[in-house]
Design a protein around this ligand. Structure first.
Ligand SMILES: C[S@@+](CC[C@H](N)C(=O)[O-])C[C@H]1O[C@@H](n2cnc3c(N)ncnc32)[C@H](O)[C@@H]1O
Length: 245
């Protein structure tokens, strides 16, 4: 198990190609982000830039991606070098990030589930808040603390949950499969919805709203309604938006 993405860069990169990511996860994230034209956007835990590049393509004018993993940022920079878009990538831990600029929007797909305690989550939320202009928004997709599936329920979507606990800070292991049979396993942590809301409020964020995954019409058309049944029923992923007070 790992939280070190340097060890799984390409396996994780390939796992993003599964169709549920594009249609359910990505649609939810960009629906929450809204119109990005002309915006300054900070993508925290950007990984190899899967969503960072989409943010830029959707019209954001200043885009920065930050990730702890040098390997993931290396992959992101390679893609930037082959197709330059002006994205600024940095290697840094979000918790003690202190940039000398603020953004209209902070995005952070699957950052918060790396906090293993209320204190660690607060440090992430404080970093998010200090990089937002007053009134700026934070949007994310994250593991759903209220996920109702068992270990193999999501195998249909090429991932499963190998280990889970409901107590605060419980390790949760996820395994992501690729079509060639390769897989990678990552360890996240369980913190309740209430702990998230407390950390966001303490960090100075308001208007906190949670959102279920969206299946857009093109996703229904491409894969059929049966494909989506388990994901809609058990909701492994949840969206979150809030605003800096
Ligand atoms: C599941 S990946 C998501 C990557 C990207 N957001 C995406 O959706 O494709 C989680 C990323 O969070 C990064 N990460 C975890 N904890 C972090 C921290 N404290 N600061 C910065 N990045 C972190 C990992 O290195 C990894 O690249």
């Amino acid at each position: 198990m790992t939280t070190d993405y340097d060890l799984i860069t390409t396996e994780y990169q390939r796992s993003k190609l599964q169709p549920w990511r594009r249609y359910a996860e990505g649609s939810l994230l960009f629906d929450l982000a809204g119109d990005l034209s002309g915006k300054k956007v900070l993508d925290l835990a950007c990984g190899e830039g899967f969503y960072t590049r989409m943010i830029r393509l959707r019209g954001a004018t200043r885009v920065m991606g930050v990730d702890l993993s040098a390997g993931m940022i290396d992959l992101a920079r390679q893609q930037e070098a082959s197709q330059p878009t002006g994205i600024d990538y940095r290697i840094h831990d979000v918790c003690d990030l202190a940039l000398d600029e603020t953004f209209d929007l902070v995005m952070a797909a699957y950052l918060l589930n790396y906090a293993s305690s209320a204190g660690a989550l607060l440090a992430m939320c404080q970093s998010i808040a200090r990089h937002l202009r007053p009134g700026g928004r934070f949007v994310t997709v994250n593991n759903n603390p209220g996920y109702t599936g068992d270990g193999d329920t999501m195998r249909h979507y090429q991932f499963c949950r190998d280990k889970a606990g409901e107590y605060e800070g419980a390790p949760v292991d996820w395994r992501f499969f690729n079509d060639d049979g390769s897989f990678c396993t990552v360890t996240n942590y369980h913190l309740s919805i209430q702990t998230h809301e407390q950390a966001l409020s303490l960090a100075g964020m308001g208007n906190i709203t949670w959102h279920d995954p969206l299946i857009p019409p093109e996703g229904l058309e491409a894969l059929g309604p049966d494909y989506w049944k388990l994901l809609k029923k058990h909701k492994p992923v949840i969206g979150l938006e809030c605003q800096r007070c």
